[in-house]
Design a protein around this ligand. Structure first.
Ligand code: TYM
Length: 358
């Protein structure tokens, strides 16, 4: 089939400025994997208040993926609480709603329509190879169509804002490849509608280990949470699995997940000193765990204080999310309009949402 490029589709911007976008599921409280793999990048990429900075994006969109979370959280009251807690956590950790657009995924209904358009070009085989679905199926667990088509919704999330860079942990790279494939297939059929994004990974944080050494993940029950109760966190840290080599044996810090966790939260100088202690040997893992408890508390102390203040100001969070949704919808509307026109779904009036200015 050839593209009908005379259908009124406006071309996508030729050289878009870097535009960052990412989403995070409110399926539980954020853990260190979420923070060091993704959230820290969100903050780094948000445009500075005072003009250009070499590392930052020109625009940044970050959202709480409540539609994705529906594939696991089936309790409406809990979902509402988790969405609100996620917004508070992100702002407390440094996401600045003046510099980045912070919103809730379901507040932008354009994304669901875009998902359908992409679904029509999504090969079954491609979705069958995606790991979330494949793993569940391999374990003999029932999987629903929401989980199966999860990467298509995620593709729409990214494409709806003409995002060029997607800060994520390693586990999301496959999904961004799917997004590129679907965008490419749509563009091939209908002309240059979508901008193809690239993933952005951070060194040392792309795959944060959990307390058992596997990838940190809510589903493995091996997380250390960012705003966890300190006593509960201490217990988890003291139970981190370690090997049984004798105390005097020198150890390689690079292959030890306890060290990897310590390295994330400890100041540079302490990290180097600890690496040296590992290589020398003659220390107990108990000492390292105690140092980790202290370093973690210090690392997140300021964010914890900010969180407490935000928690007491629920109107502020609601206002941030409402303003974010308006800005996000304005952008998504334009992209959806472009996609609709390109594929010939433009009979009925497609009314812009309130707040669309361009
Ligand atoms: P989610 O909610 O599972 O995870 C949010 C972010 O945290 C990263 N992450 C990790 N990074 C390093 N080490 C770990 N152990 C670790 N665990 C989690 C994830 O890579 C992710 O960046 N499908 C997405 C949410 C989503 C999305 C999007 C992301 C929906 N639409 C559009 C980007 C763009 C997810 O389930 O992330």
């Amino acid at each position: 089939m050839t593209a009908d490029r005379a259908s009124g589709a406006a071309p996508a911007p030729a050289t878009p400025k870097p535009r960052a976008l990412s989403g995070i599921q409110p399926t539980g409280r954020f853990h260190w994997g979420n923070y060091f793999g993704a959230i820290r990048q969100y903050i780094e990429l948000q445009p500075p208040a005072d003009g250009a900075s070499p590392g930052a994006a020109a625009e940044a969109y970050y959202f709480i993926a409540d539609l994705h979370a529906l594939t696991t959280v089936r309790d409406p009251a809990r979902l509402r609480d988790l969405v609100r807690a996620a917004a508070i956590d992100l702002v407390a950790l440094g996401l600045d709603p003046e510099r980045a657009v912070l919103f809730v995924q379901s507040d932008v209904p354009e994304v669901c329509e875009l998902t359908w358009l992409l679904m029509t070009v999504a090969p079954m085989g491609l979705l069958e190879r995606c790991h979330a679905f494949k793993d569940k199926k391999a374990r003999g667990l029932p999987a629903d169509a929401g989980l199966f088509t999860y990467p298509v919704l995620m593709s729409a999330d990214i494409l709806a804002y003409d995002a060029t860079v997607v800060p994520v942990g390693e586990d999301q790279v496959q999904h961004i490849e799917v997004c590129r494939d679907l965008a490419g297939a749509f563009n091939h059929l209908y002309g240059p509608v979508f901008t193809l994004p690239v993933p952005r990974l951070v060194e040392g944080g792309a795959k944060v280990p959990g307390t058992d050494g596997l990838k940190m993940s809510k589903s493995y029950d091996n997380t250390l949470d960012v705003f966890e109760d300190p006593a509960a966190q201490k217990k988890k840290i003291m139970r981190i699995t370690t090997d049984s080599r004798p105390m005097e044996a020198p150890k390689d810090p690079e292959t030890d997940h306890l060290f990897a966790l310590y390295a994330l939260v400890a100041p540079e100088e302490d990290r180097l000193r600890m690496a040296e202690t590992y290589r020398r040997g003659g220390f107990g893992y108990g000492e390292v765990k105690k140092a980790l408890v202290t370093a973690a508390a210090e690392h997140f102390a300021e964010a914890r204080a900010r969180r407490a203040a935000l928690e007491a100001d629920s109107e502020r969070i609601e206002a941030i999310l409402a303003a974010g949704a308006t800005r996000a919808r304005a952008r998504a509307w334009d992209v959806l309009d472009r996609a609709r026109r390109a594929c010939g779904i433009d009979r009925s009036p497609h009314r812009p949402p309130p707040g669309r200015t361009s």
